[in-house]
Design a binder for this molecule. Structure first.
Ligand code: GLC
Length: 583
């Protein structure tokens, strides 16, 4: 079906599973007749001539169908049977916030041919405009997936991984332009459509959005990176390595890596992306080399390296990956890092230095140091800045980028502790009444007008512009556990618990102190619910955080120790690296 250069794909069409209609409490839903076990074919193998072929690869079983019968999302993403959220909230069995969160999380499950495949972004009965919150977002599913893994419910994660993999390899277009192969969608929707040639029957189709329908048409660069991170976590947690060893999954990993490692015009080892290509998915002045993408990229590189099967054909890719890991970590640790000492160094920078051994390589003018930062920088602590471009440092503190730099060991051990020190020192600004500020500070006035294009959703201290997002609790928790400082996360969870359930699990909070539920925040936002659960589960069992953590590469430790302790005027070229990267 080709509509305006856009296809709707049917996975069921690929593997020929039959479909039938079932009625659940008056709502029509779709199931795959006679299939307890669903077949997912691997379709992304290359035949050596650049053609994508579609081999049938082994079936996987849905051992324990999830709580569909107790209420959940039917194949078409609509709430199916078993009562409403209000009923659920009123149930006597919901006797703690955690129980309530589990119930809500299960109710957010989306089914595809009767099997759980993901979780809907939000299930807000009070919201009049659904937009795309009824879809399964890749990034939003990560905390859901981790919560299910930690609970020992592996099948939904396996199903999510394999089905999104199939979406990756499909042809996709925007205004007749095809984005690079390997891109993962931002989100997908399960649609129930009439079956060709049989008016009485329907089939489920997965309809992905690669950004071609998203507000602002933003490309989801983070999706593939999160997918790799979740894949590794699945293997580590379940012990089932058969998924990552599958030929189609190996091919999927390589396609993501190839897209990220492809040569471009760029001179930096950091990934160059457009504005809104990650959790902040609309204009917020983060185009260029935003920290969040770099931290996820680094983490995905290390996770992929662990999972890639050694074979002759992939040695070039692995070499490129290894070079990039070294160059990227050096670049971020050296040029994104800021603390009192570094700030003072920038304050005294000479500019217009033309030479290979310039100290001020990016020609940063000291006047760029924003007045708020002079006051804000604690004497103990530091952080990685949001973005670095020629003559431009984005000094805002972005939480996810900093937290995931700790988790992935993109930041050094000292830097990681300093990031947590800063969080403690700036608690009243970053946590206040609800963890955790997405970035600090907000753009205001003329700066807000110019940077966001006068975006009425991203007004100062709202949404992406300094709003507070409860979902970030889980990344905070992983970072704190990794650094053996779980008490910081525990304190944040206690603050969240005071109101998150009472406030109906909002997507985000507004104002400097996070005092209001966000202006346009959805309620019952799944990743707020799942983020809380992951934090609780990990704090109860800190060792489990290892499924997400990347330990420092020992080769890197020795390689950097000599460089980072040297004089700032040293020649900073990295002999072992390809010279095409500025490190
Ligand atoms: C908003 C957020 C994005 C999230 C989506 C679905 O667009 O900015 O990060 O994935 O909502 O919850």
């Amino acid at each position: 079906m080709l509509r305006n250069c856009r296809r709707v794909y049917s996975i069921q069409g690929i593997d020929g599973v039959s479909h039938g209609k079932t009625k659940i409490s008056g709502l029509e839903s779709v199931s795959c007749k006679g299939h307890q076990a669903e077949s997912v074919s691997g379709i992304t193998a290359e035949d050596g001539h650049g053609t994508i072929i579609a081999p049938k690869i082994k079936e996987f079983e849905m051992v324990e169908p999830m709580k569909h019968e107790k209420g959940g999302f039917a194949s078409n993403g609509k709430f199916a049977a078993g009562g409403t959220i209000n009923d659920t909230l009123g149930k006597a069995s919901v006797d703690s916030i955690e129980d309530e969160a589990w119930n809500l999380l299960r109710e957010s499950i989306v089914f595809y041919c009767g099997n759980p495949i993901g979780t809907i972004a939000a299930n807000d009965p009070s919201s009049s405009s659904i937009l795309n919150y009824d879809q399964v977002f890749i990034r939003d599913f990560i905390p859901s997936g981790i919560a299910f893994l930690l609970k020992g419910e592996y099948d939904i994660v396996r199903s999510f991984i394999l089905h999104t993999l199939q979406l990756q390899s499909w042809e996709k277009t925007m205004d007749c332009h095809s984005p690079g192969q390997g891109l993962m969608p931002a989100s997908f929707k399960v649609r129930t459509v009439p079956l060709d040639g049989d008016e009485s029957a329907t089939e489920d189709v997965l309809d992905p959005d690669f950004g071609e329908a998203a507000i602002g048409r933003v490309a989801p660069v983070d999706s593939g990176l999160w997918w790799i991170i979740l894949l590794r976590a699945y293997g580590k947690c379940s012990g089932d390595l058969s998924v990552q060893e599958r030929f189609d999954v190996q091919t999927g990993i390589k396609m993501i890596l190839k897209l990220c490692l492809a040569d471009g015009f760029d001179m930096f080892p950091t990934l160059l992306v457009t504005d809104g290509s990650c959790m902040i998915d609309r204009r917020m002045g983060i185009h260029g080399h935003p920290l969040e993408i770099q931290a996820l990229f680094y983490s995905a590189l290390l996770c992929a390296r662990e999972m890639l099967a050694p074979e002759d054909g992939s040695s070039d890719l692995i070499r490129a990956l290894n070079n990039r890991v070294v160059a990227l970590s050096f670049h971020i640790r050296e040029y994104y890092w800021i603390d009192m000492r570094k700030l003072n160094e920038i304050y005294r920078y000479k500019t217009e230095e033309y030479s290979y051994d310039a100290v001020n390589k990016f020609n940063i003018y000291p006047d760029q140091i924003p007045p708020w930062l002079v006051e804000w920088m604690p004497s103990k602590g530091g952080y990685l800045i949001g973005n670095l471009q020629p003559a431009h440092m984005d000094f805002r503190f972005f939480s996810l980028g900093n937290l995931w730099s700790v988790v992935s060991s993109l930041a050094t051990m000292d830097q990681s502790h300093a990031i947590l020190d800063l969080i403690e020192a700036k608690w009243s600004e970053l946590v206040a009444d609800m963890p955790f500020k997405i970035c600090y500070p907000a753009f205001e006035g003329q700066e807000w007008r110019i940077t966001t294009g006068s975006d009425p959703k991203n007004t100062p201290w709202s949404y992406h512009n300094g709003g507070s997002w409860p979902t970030l609790l889980w990344q905070l928790t992983v970072a704190c556990i990794k650094m053996n400082r779980p008490e910081i996360a525990e304190k944040a969870v206690k603050i969240a618990e005071k109101r998150i359930s009472r406030d109906k699990w909002p997507e985000y909070y507004d104002t400097k102190q996070a005092r209001f539920i966000g202006k346009q925040a959805r309620l019952f936002q799944t990743w707020s619910i799942a983020g809380y659960l992951v934090s609780k589960l990990l704090l109860a069992n800190p060792d489990a955080a290892n499924i997400l953590v990347n330990r420092e590469d020992s080769d890197l430790v020795s390689a950097f120790s000599s460089m980072l302790s040297a004089n700032p005027r040293r020649k900073r070229d990295w002999k072992g690296l390809k010279q095409k990267f500025i490190v």
